[in-house]
Each structure stands twice: as structure tokens, then as C-alpha cells.
Write a protein that binds this ligand. Structure first.
Ligand code: URA
Length: 192
């Protein structure tokens, strides 16, 4: 059931022409991974390799994400991974507000279908989106990373955990231990 719904959303994303990004993309990146673990990771937007392959978090950022997941014995197949924006912004520039708005219904629908118990935001765009959606106050990632926020939804209790974007490690390796440490909190949350 969830698989079917998620495939329908992916189909729509693949055909979407609501913003200009569809003109320059090679592949849309709807998202993929485990549908039933209740764990949803949201990143920013596809990069070069994601756009080539149509898969989120591959190559550099993907390698780091895999290492982080592995540090708490999670496999990629156990978590659903998507992005705020599903098509690559040219030259990896920041997504524009109109691009995020155009993608909003797809992400909203993915959240509705997955009914996550934990949403992990990767980077500030995903954090801003999710904090706003659930009525959390504006936050700075440097202050809230690794802390979790509990939300009551119609489907029960949900936690939100804001993390730095894994790609930060490729520019600044000193973030690796910070991310590894923040992932430990995720390891605790999924036990409870
Ligand atoms: N960065 C993101 O935010 N998302 C991806 O899918 C890849 C890199």
C-alpha cells in the first residue's frame, strides 16, 4: 500500500513541470529507501550525481550518510531518504523559495504516506521547512543540531532531529565527529 502510494508520488515528481528546474535536470530524485521503519531523512536538493542517477545521496554526500547510518547499525534500506527539492538546482546553488513551494505538495504527501516516527533533517533548508511545518520556533542549526523535539501528530508522537548536512564533512572534516555524535542521539531515539 505505502509502496504503491510512494510510487504514484514518484511518478508525479518525474513528470513535474511546476518550476524551471525541470528544464535543466537530467533526472528528478523523488527519494527512496525503507517505507515501514518510520524513519524519514530529508535533505536539501539533488547534487550532480543524484541528478545523473535519480537517487538521493549517492557518491560523496551518500558515502558520508552511509557511514553515519552504519555507525548506529542502520542500513539505507531501513530509512526513507528524500529532499525538500526534487530536481537539481543548476551548479548546486541554494534552492529558491518558488522551487521549494513547487515541491511542497510532494514532500507533504510523502510525509503523510510514510507517517514517520522520527524525521531527521539534513541541513538548514530541511530544518527550516520541518520546524515551520510543525510549529517549532525558528532555530539556528549550530544551536539545535543533535537535539530532538517531540511533536504530537494525528498519528501519535513524532520526534524531529536536526542534523548538519553530511556534505559539510567534505569541506570541513572537523564536522565528522559532530555528526557521528549527533547520530548517537538518533540511535537512542529509535530504541525508544
Ligand atoms: N545533498 C542533498 O541535500 N541531497 C542529496 O540527495 C544529495 C546531496
Amino acid at each position: 500500500m505505502k509502496s504503491e502510494e510512494l510510487s504514484k508520488i514518484a511518478e508525479k515528481i518525474n513528470q513535474c513541470t511546476k518550476c524551471k528546474l525541470h528544464e535543466t535536470k537530467n533526472n528528478a530524485v523523488p527519494g527512496d529507501g525503507g517505507k515501514d521503519s518510520g524513519l524519514l531523512f530529508i535533505g536539501e536538493a539533488p547534487g550532480y550525481w543524484e541528478d545523473q542517477k535519480g537517487v538521493p545521496f549517492v557518491v560523496a554526500a551518500g558515502k558520508i550518510l552511509d557511514e553515519l547510518l552504519d555507525s548506529i547499525n542502520l542500513e539505507r534500506s531501513q530509512v526513507f531518504i528524500t529532499n525538500v527539492v526534487k530536481c537539481r538546482p543548476p551548479n548546486n546553488r541554494d534552492p529558491l523559495p518558488e522551487e521549494m513551494n513547487a515541491c511542497r505538495p510532494s514532500l507533504e504527501r510523502q510525509i503523510e504516506v510514510i507517517q514517520p516516527k522520527v524525521i531527521v533533517t539534513l541541513g538548514r533548508f530541511a530544518m527550516d521547512y520541518v520546524f515551520k511545518k510543525y510549529g517549532l520556533p525558528d532555530a539556528k542549526i549550530g544551536e539545535v543540531h543533535g537535539k530532538d523535539f517531540e511533536i504530537n501528530t494525528l498519528n501519535g508522537r513524532m520526534r524531529i532531529l536536526a542534523l548538519y548536512h553530511p556534505a559539510v564533512v567534505t569541506h570541513n572534516p572537523s564536522y565528522r565527529p559532530v555528526l557521528l555524535d549527533d547520530f548517537k542521539r538518533l540511535g537512542e531515539l529509535i530504541k525508544n
